[in-house]
Design a protein around this ligand. Structure first.
Ligand SMILES: [Zn+2]
Length: 271
């Protein structure tokens, strides 16, 4: 049975334990989050004026990587949109415009200077620098954001981190241990502590399985043993801010589900 235990959660970050699964399953989820959960990014830009020192191509590339808040329920992927138009429609494209001029001193153009057509499709932060403008330099463009997938371009990845590791299991053999504290000192994650004259395990979930504590123990065999549970994983996900982190997980599961269903439908057809 699959069991999930959430350890930390904010809007953009989640760390949880999942038990009762295997590595291929969690790896499929990880890869789907990276490459197949859609998010919004600037895909096309019409530069009307640019007298900054950034050339147009660099500016366009930079704009693509500004994470945008994504509304998966109101927009569709351009290839799945009913409009079937290359240019797009209101359901598959969101417009943002920018017009900035430096008067008599140097200024920085920020992501927050863009004016969105749809107030819900905006940069995740107003403070992402785009370029510096010297006096009298101008920048004016229209940008078109579309939904896309990370497998086509990294700018569409909704996650900046999606990793998992086996759930660590640290044990100290009290009969063999004389509490010298060498293992405690070497652990960078402070997973061990000496208390009441014995080494005890704390913050077990922080362990990175580096095995330094096992090697640091002067006893032979080592009094510290680190192993891991092959059916339990610690998953860490950080969203770019495009989507709430739990929505990314749920969308990834939906995608995995539809792939399995398609596979089974094709198998039935081939019978
Ligand atoms: Zn459309």
């Amino acid at each position: 049975m699959v069991e999930i235990q959430i350890l930390d959660k904010t809007d953009d970050f989640m760390r949880f334990i999942v038990r009762g699964v295997n590595a291929p399953f969690v790896n499929a989820l990880r890869r789907i989050m990276l490459t197949e959960v859609p998010s919004m990014a600037i895909d096309e830009i019409v530069i009307l004026e640019n007298s900054s020192i950034l050339n147009d191509e660099v500016l366009a590339h930079r704009m693509g990587f500004i994470p945008l808040k994504t509304d998966l329920d109101s927009y569709s992927l351009p290839e799945e949109c009913k409009c079937e138009s290359e240019f797009g429609c209101n359901l598959c494209r969101a417009n943002l415009t920018l017009e900035v001029e430096a008067d008599d001193k140097t200024i920085t153009v920020y992501s927050g200077d863009m004016k969105p057509e749809n107030p819900s499709i905006v940069p995740v932060s107003d403070k992402i620098p785009i370029a510096k403008l010297a006096p009298e330099q101008r920048m004016k463009f229209e940008a078109y954001a579309r939904l896309g997938k990370g497998k086509k371009h990294a700018k569409w990845q909704p996650v900046s981190m999606s990793t998992y590791m086996y759930l660590p299991d640290i044990t100290v053999d009290v009969k063999n241990c004389d509490a010298c504290g060498k293992c405690v000192k070497i652990c960078p994650e402070e997973c061990l502590v000496v208390s009441d004259g014995a080494v005890k395990v704390q913050n077990e979930f922080e362990c990175t399985l580096c095995m330094d504590c096992v090697d640091a123990c002067p006893k032979d065999p080592s009094a510290v043993d680190v192993s891991w549970d092959k059916s339990a994983f610690i998953f860490k996900i950080e969203s770019t801010g495009a989507l709430p982190v739990e929505r990314i997980v749920i969308e990834a599961i939906k995608i995995l589900d539809s792939k399995v269903k398609e596979f089974s439908d094709q198998m039935k057809k081939g019978k």
